[in-house]
Design a protein around this ligand. Structure first.
Ligand code: NAD
Ligand code: ZN
Length: 363
């Protein structure tokens, strides 16, 4: 299968997608001449499952690698864990500039990516994503960050990897809830970009949940293609192109925040509800047809993702939304589907309408 390239001039990089390709990681990495001092950042679970395979593959090409582990949770995207890693890496450096391998889900990708961006003013970064979310989304595009107590992703950088290696066979050990979280982002890609892709997902959602390899590879590839084009066109998120990826995320983030980031809904579940909310807004504004709104609700329901913020009080979600600077300061901005496969960024959606829709989805 041909590689996908994120086109960014001299900083362009390939995305390799395949089944069982972790064993080839050493060969791909050695071609990039990143040196022989590799540092793998991961968590204990991924180390136990796949650490030895990756280390062996690197060793075969003469690349030594230290594995550094961090606790398995969003709380690892913290200044404390970041500085702990930097200190350990400085000890392992010994004058041989290291390169960093981010080996894990989005938490590891964001954290290790930020370490790579900051250490020695930037060392080479390899992304080996191990969750569906990371394979279709977070490993591509160079947004790396850690969280602060006041907000997620507040300290970070744009820092592109040299290569992304996505082995879909690693997903077989992923908990079902995490698979569904990835499917939520995948559905998002289809609604913002392609009716045909949406139809493909509608037909194959059950087999994707079972991780049927052919369909899974096709879907990961398609999402990487969509994201890589968006990133190539608007790397730093300033031209409005990358904003399309935020479909479902405005209200989704508010639901996530209202559930305290650890609570009822995880990210994928919250944005599933957020995608429905944005579709309802679009329908009420006379853009999206009732039929397509129903199709969006149906695919989310068939994926067994939540369609409503059950047990939430709408004022709590609204308060979280108003906390979002993007929402309150001057103009609000929503990514709304005008039909499946096409979105429009709409400014100044009446706040009354937003409140009404939030009441509807929280009911
Ligand atoms: N940078 C970006 O563009 C971007 C985009 C989307 C999300 N994110 C960030 O990504 C993070 C969420 O990432 P995530 O959804 O991948 O969650 P995650 O990294 O927390 O991983 C989810 C869980 O799956 C486990 N896991 C990972 N791979 C596994 C495997 N192969 N087998 C078994 N278990 C495995 C992890 O240990 C963890 O418990 C958030 O911090 C979010 O802000 C960043
Ligand atoms: Zn998301």
């Amino acid at each position: 299968m041909r590689d996908i390239t994120v086109k960014l001039g001299k900083r362009s990089y390939p995305i390799k997608i395949g089944n069982g390709i972790l064993v080839e990681a050493g060969a791909h990495i050695s071609r990039l001449n990143l040196g022989s001092n590799g540092i793998i950042i991961t968590n204990p679970r991924i180390k136990r499952l796949y650490g030895a395979i990756l280390k062996k593959s690197l060793a075969k090409k003469g690349i030594g690698a230290h594995i550094l582990t961090v606790p398995d949770s969003e709380s690892s995207k913290s200044y404390k864990v970041f500085s702990g890693l930097i200190n350990k890496i400085a000890k392992l450096d010994k004058g041989r500039k290291p390169f960093i391998v981010a080996f894990g889900g989005g938490v590891i990708g964001d954290l290790a990516g930020f370490v790579a961006a900051a250490y020695r003013r930037g060392v080479s970064l390899v992304q080996i994503p191990t969750t569906l979310v990371a394979q279709v989304d977070s490993s591509i595009g160079g947004k790396v960050a850690i969280d602060l107590p006041v907000a997620k992703n507040l300290v970070g950088a744009f820092y592109q990897p040299r290569i992304v290696i996505s082995d879909i066979s690693l997903l077989k050990t992923l908990p079902e809830r995490e698979i569904k979280c990835g499917l939520s982002e995948i559905i998002k890609y289809s609604i913002i970009n392609s009716r045909a892709f949406f139809d493909f997902l509608s037909r194959n959602i059950a087999s994707l949940k079972r991780l049927e390899k052919r369909n899974l590879k096709h879907v990961v590839r398609k999402c990487c293609l969509i994201k890589s084009k968006v990133v190539s066109a608007d790397e730093k998120d300033v031209k409005g192109v990358r904003a399309a990826l935020n479909y479902g995320h405005t209200i989704g983030h508010a639901i996530e925040a209202a559930s305290g980031y650890i609570g009822t809904y995880n990210h994928g579940e919250a944005i599933a509800i957020g995608m429905i909310a944005a579709a309802i807004i679009s329908n009420k504004m006379g853009m999206l047809s009732k039929k397509e709104l129903t199709e969006i609700k149906n695919i989310i329901a068939r994926t067994k993702l939540p369609t409503r913020a059950k047990g939430f009080k709408s004022p709590k979600i609204l308060a979280a939304l108003c906390h979002d600077k993007k929402f309150t300061h001057g103009i609000n901005r929503f990514v709304l589907p005008v039909r499946i496969g096409r979105i429009r960024v709409v400014e100044n959606v009446p706040k009354k309408l937003v409140a009404e829709v939030i009441r509807e989805i929280a009911a």
